[in-house]
Design a protein around this ligand. Sequence first.
Ligand code: IPM
Ligand code: MG
Length: 360
Amino acid sequence: MTSYRITLLAGDGIGPEITAVARALLETVSASHGFTLSFDEQPVGGAAIDTTGVPLPESTLAACRAADAVLLAAIGSPRFDGLPREQRPESGLLALRSGLGLFANLRPVKIIPALAAASSLRPEVIEGVDLLVVRELIGGIYFGTPKGRVQIDGRERAFNTMVYSDEEVDRIARVGFRLAAERRGRLCSVDKANVLDVSQLWRDRVEAIHSEFPAVELSHMYVDNAAMQLVREPRQFDVLLTGNLFGDILSDEAAMLTGSIGMLPSASLGSQGPGLFEPVHGSAPDIAGQDLANPIAMVLSAAMLLRVGLQQESAATALETAVDRVLAAGCRTGDLLMGEGCTRVGCRAMGDHLLEALGA
Ligand code: IPM
Ligand code: MG
C-alpha cells in the first residue's frame, strides 16, 4: 500500500486543537482511500522557543525536508513580542518557508454559499467569487538586504530592501500562468510599476513569460487599485499574481470576502521537495485552549495537502465534501454567522461532525 510521511507542526495558540481534528480526519480518509499516512509531530514557533530556545529547531527543518508533505497549523504568541525579531515565532515560519525553498504561495478564495451572509460585503457583490492569490513567498522586501536599524548622528533610521531578480519573477510567473491555464485562463499581475523599479522589472518579466502561455489572458494592475477592485468587484479576478508584501496584504483582504478568515487554506510550494500546507489564519491566542477554534481552514489545508502534495484527489474531495455537508447541516463555530436552524459547536464537536460526515 502507498504510504506517505507527513510532518505535523501544531505550533501555537489554537494550533494543537485544530491539528488534532485534521489528524483524525486524515487518518480516517486515508484508510478509506487505500493509502497510509505516518505522522511526525515537531515543534515550531513559540512552542519550539519554549522547548528548545529557537523558533525553528534544526531537527524540525530536517523532519520537514524528509517528509512527503508538511501540515502546519499556526504560529505566534504575544508572549514573545518582546524578543528580538529573529528570535520570534514568525521568524521560524519565514525560515521554514525559505529553508524548504517554498517560493509559491497559493491562497484560494471561494465563497461558501452557506456562509455568504457572513461577508461584510453585500451578497450580490460576492456571489460566485472564486479567485486564487499566487504570492511570491521567499523574496521581495521580506528577505531583501540590506536591511537594518542604525543610529546616525544621534538620529535613528531603519530600512528594508524590496528586491527581485529576473529568475525569481520568472519562476513565480510560470506558476501563476500554469494555474490560470487550469482555471478560467485569466491572470492579473499586481505591482506598483508606476513608482517602484522593482515592480517595473516584475511587469517586464511577467510580460516576457506570457509568451510561453499565449492562451492565458494577462492584465496588470497597480496594487492600490487591486485593493479597491477586490471589494468593488471581486468576481473580475481569476488568478492574482503578486510579490511577497503585496500578496500578504491582498490575501488577507481577499480572505475577508468570505466572511471568515477561519475558512481559508493555503499551499506553499517549491520546485522540488515537500509542500507546506497551512491555514491563512493565525494562532488566535485569545481563544486558545477553550475549544472555540474553527478547524475548517486546517481541514481544508489537509485537503490541499492530499490533492496538491500527494496527488490523492478523491481523498481530498472527500474531506471537502464533509466540510460542505457539515456547514449545510448548520454546524457553526463561534467565528461563523449563525442562521436559522444553526447549532453552535466547539472545535472538538466540529471535528466529530466532520468525521461522521466523512463516513456518510
Ligand atoms: C502570512 C502571515 C505571515 C506573513 C507572518 C505570520 C510572518 O501574515 O502567512 O500571511 O507575513 O507571511
Ligand atoms: Mg499575512
